[in-house]
Design a protein around this ligand. Structure first.
Ligand code: SF4
Ligand code: SF4
Length: 219
């Protein structure tokens, strides 16, 4: 028994929660190869690492048969390094069309008749790199009546008026145009999470559940 790491999905971070939480120190950082690794002879198959790794890069096996199955699964995994870096280090824009300059946000709110899903990020901040919001996943699953935009912000102080005090953050705002009534954003959040309960990753679900709501008033 032991653990097999999917190298197509693991970003080999030296500060890896699997290392921190492994009760037997089987999970470790190989400083010669600069990769995470496992001493399978120390592994007790507690599955902690598998549950902690948000990238789904870690799976346990109990016997040779399961090990072979895992190897085949990893071989057939369509993930590539390029995709990995887009998904995991996706603070930066994957697609220019999603970008928005902060100076245009208030105008967008006033002129839009859509629900706006706005992600604030700072490409230079480690927290945005580590906790980047899975843009591709979000865009694939949000309803058509929702407009998604990413805004780079260097100083979180200037977006406090949107109720944001940390980066990255995802907020929901209702566009003001043609919207005499207030949407029920909590229902909206629950609907997105519910409709995508099978396809959302844990990270994406948590982001939606925790994203804040900014009720826009006249600017
Ligand atoms: S958390 Fe998962 S993806 Fe990140 S370094 Fe650890 S094993 Fe690899
Ligand atoms: S399954 Fe448990 S013991 Fe084995 S590497 Fe993972 S955390 Fe460590």
């Amino acid at each position: 028994m032991g653990v097999l790491i999917n190298k197509k999905r693991c970003d080999n971070a030296s500060v890896c929660p699997c290392i921190e939480n492994c009760p037997t120190k089987a999970f470790y950082y190989d400083t010669k190869k600069n990769t995470v690794a496992v001493h399978n002879e120390l592994c007790i198959n507690c599955r902690k690492c598998m549950l902690i790794c948000e990238a789904g890069a870690v799976k346990v096996f109990r016997n040779e048969e399961e090990l072979l199955k895992l190897k085949t699964e990893y071989d057939e995994d369509a993930m590539t390094t390029e995709k990995l870096f887009q998904d995991r280090y996706g603070a930066c824009l994957v697609d220019e069309t999603f970008g928005l300059d902060l100076s245009n946000l208030d105008k967008l709110i006033i002129d839009s008749n859509k629900v706006l899903l706005i992600e604030f990020y700072n490409e230079d901040e480690a927290s945005c790199l580590i906790n980047s919001i899975p843009i591709k996943e979000i865009v694939e699953h949000i309803p058509k009546e929702v407009s998604y935009r990413k805004i780079e912000v260097k100083d979180v102080e200037i977006i406090k008026k949107y109720g944001v005090d940390s980066l990255p953050s995802l907020i929901i705002i209702e566009g003001q145009k043609n919207h005499p009534r207030r949407s029920n954003f909590n229902l909206f959040k629950r609907r997105i999470v519910h409709e995508n309960r099978r396809s959302f990753s844990r990270k994406c679900r948590l982001i939606f559940e925790n994203c804040s709501i900014f009720i826009s008033t006249v600017f």
